[in-house]
Design a protein around this ligand. Structure first.
Ligand SMILES: [Zn+2]
Length: 321
């Protein structure tokens, strides 16, 4: 089901339609009154934030054992629209430019994330979320105009992030919507070789030659891949905040299967193209491990059924409440 949702989304909400504000992708079973996220009004363009994992301060601020996060509890941790590996829906399709595939998916993940955020937005207030927290150990900071890490209320932080990503994805110089010829300036840019320092052997970044970069053939600039990674990192933090702080609202609306599937898809795509550093995923490490374990368990228990291992959609557990 989720794959069909993704397919429908891809068809109906392609990257080239990104300027059609307010056109909601077809996520099924949305609750009444569902609203996309409001466009942030802030014009802050920094976008670079600093992760501050105060592992030591967690013990100082919490004297009692913390309850296990709801999203790690049964049955919610198993709620999904899709059983099995996401590999088949994240792998680069034949004859598709890698830059175009990255741009399309990053853009679509962003649109979906804004929609889900819209579901919990009214509950994420300055009062309820005075910082951009993700559980007891992570408190993400925003770098102010002087590059000083600053605590922002989560709604403000998320608004800044969404604004920043919107600016990036709307920037024709970074996310061109039309294939452009490779210019001499692009070929000669000093940063053209930057991507060659990406981890060798990774599916997304490997096999780069000097003067080559991901998306080059599709007309994307040399810095495109690093921009995608920056966007991905920020989107992950929004996932983390929602999981740790507002997952109960997701459950209340019976959206946990959609949300988990969306996140699993996001992580799988990030892995496929090396868009996330491991240190940046620590705040949801246990959840990712739980998803991996479920996938591995399913693959081993149904090794005779290639359909399950290949990610064929299965009915939702329905055990949301
Ligand atoms: Zn919040």
């Amino acid at each position: 089901m989720f794959s069909s949702v993704v397919a429908a989304f891809s068809r109906n909400f392609g990257r080239n339609s990104k300027n059609k504000q307010g056109k909601a992708p077809p996520v099924p079973d949305l609750p009444q009154g569902f609203q996309p996220a409001h466009s942030p009004s802030s014009s802050h363009g920094g976008g670079v934030v600093h992760q501050h994992p105060p592992s030591s301060s967690s013990s100082a601020t919490s004297g009692t054992p913390r309850a296990r996060p709801l999203f790690l509890c049964q049955p919610f941790v198993k709620a999904s629209l899709l059983r099995g590996s996401m590999k088949t829906i994240v792998v680069l399709p034949k004859y598709v430019d890698k830059g175009e595939w990255l741009a399309l998916n990053v853009f679509e993940f962003f649109e979906y994330l804004k929609m889900f955020h819209g579901v919990i937005q009214e509950f994420c207030t300055v009062k309820s979320c005075p910082s951009m927290s993700a559980g007891p150990k992570f408190d993400y900071k925003w770098l102010d105009s002087h590059k000083r890490p600053t605590t922002l209320p989560a709604p403000n932080y998320i608004a800044f992030v969404f604004n920043w990503i919107q600016d990036k994805t709307n920037d024709e110089n970074i996310f061109p919507t039309k294939t452009k010829p490779i210019t001499t300036a692009m070929l000669n840019t000093p940063s053209a070789g930057a991507l060659t320092s990406s981890p060798a052997g990774t599916p997304g970044a490997g096999q780069q030659q000097p003067g080559d970069w991901i998306g080059k053939e599709g007309g994307f600039p040399p810095e495109f891949y690093e921009r995608c990674r920056g966007i991905y990192k920020q989107m992950f933090r929004v996932f983390a905040h929602i999981y740790h702080t507002h997952f109960d609202k997701i459950v209340h609306l019976s959206l946990e299967a959609h949300w988990n599937s969306f996140f699993a898809h996001f992580v799988a795509f990030g892995r496929e193209f090396d868009l996330l550093d491991k240190k940046d995923t620590e705040s949801l490490k246990e959840l990712i491990e739980a998803f991996d374990a479920q996938t591995a368990s399913l693959a081993s228990s149904s090794s005779s059924s290639s359909a399950a291992a290949a990610g064929t959609a299965q009915p939702s557990s329905g055990g949301a409440r």
